[in-house]
Design a protein around this ligand. Structure first.
Ligand code: ZN
Length: 224
């Protein structure tokens, strides 16, 4: 069976996290979210984790080489035999090139870069409608999962608020950042002819179906 070595791209609110978890389930692939991986390594006190911690404690960004080393270490685990889903890395062309080099050394290469897209209006509606309770962080959405009483948590009666990250001006900023940083990366994978565009504006089940069908075709082609 050909490997599915995948990178996930997409703006905040496009449903990347949700789809990644389903993809992991559907194809039996480990979901490697670099943000979590970094936190886990620091917590576990691995050698790379200790190194990363020094940068983080100084308020510095963890250098690319260190993250690449962690990813490489992760990819040597037997559960990545059938492939993997990488999320949160690469974020720049330099990182993408470094990743390609490391994969080559492992005798692997990316199968596809999945770009889950959704236009700004949809993303804005999804993110700005989110509400969270102050007591236990239960989640609601004003349109898709409304609480019975506005501004009150159904489960514990505590007050519902909008997280700072979900305020319209902050969402706008996150989207601008995403576009500025990720557009070149999209071009990078397009030129390698491995970019797959997925329509993330539809509901989660439809998006999942589109991804499954696309990857099934890819796997068949890989067997030829
Ligand atoms: Zn609650």
């Amino acid at each position: 069976m050909p490997q599915l070595n995948l990178v996930l791209l997409g703006p905040p609110g496009a449903g990347k996290g949700t789809q990644a978890r389903r993809l992991a389930e559907d194809f039996g692939l480990p979901y490697i979210a670099t943000g979590n991986m970094l936190r886990d390594a620091v917590q576990a006190g691995t050698e790379l984790g200790e190194q990363a911690k020094r940068f983080m404690n100084n308020g510095d960004l963890v250098p690319d080489e260190l993250i690449i080393a962690m990813i490489t270490e992760r990819l040597e685990q037997p559960d990545t035999e059938k492939g993997f889903i990488l999320d949160g890395f690469p974020r720049t062309n330099a990182q993408a090139e470094a990743l390609d080099r490391e994969l080559l050394e492992l005798g692997r290469s990316l199968t596809a870069a999945l770009l889950i897209e959704a236009d700004e209006e949809i993303v804005m509606r999804r993110l700005s409608g989110r509400r969270v309770c102050v007591k236990h962080q239960h989640n609601f959405h004003v349109d898709f999962d409304p609480p019975k009483h506005p501004d009150r948590c159904d489960r514990d009666g505590s007050r519902l608020i909008i997280r700072d990250d979900d305020k319209p001006e902050v969402i706008k900023h996150r989207l601008d950042e995403y576009h500025a940083k990720t557009e070149p990366l999209i071009g990078y994978y397009e030129s390698q002819e491995i970019l797959l565009r997925i329509d993330g504006s539809r509901d989660a089940d439809q998006v999942r179906d589109q991804i499954r069908a696309t990857l099934a075709v890819l796997r068949l082609e890989g067997q030829k």
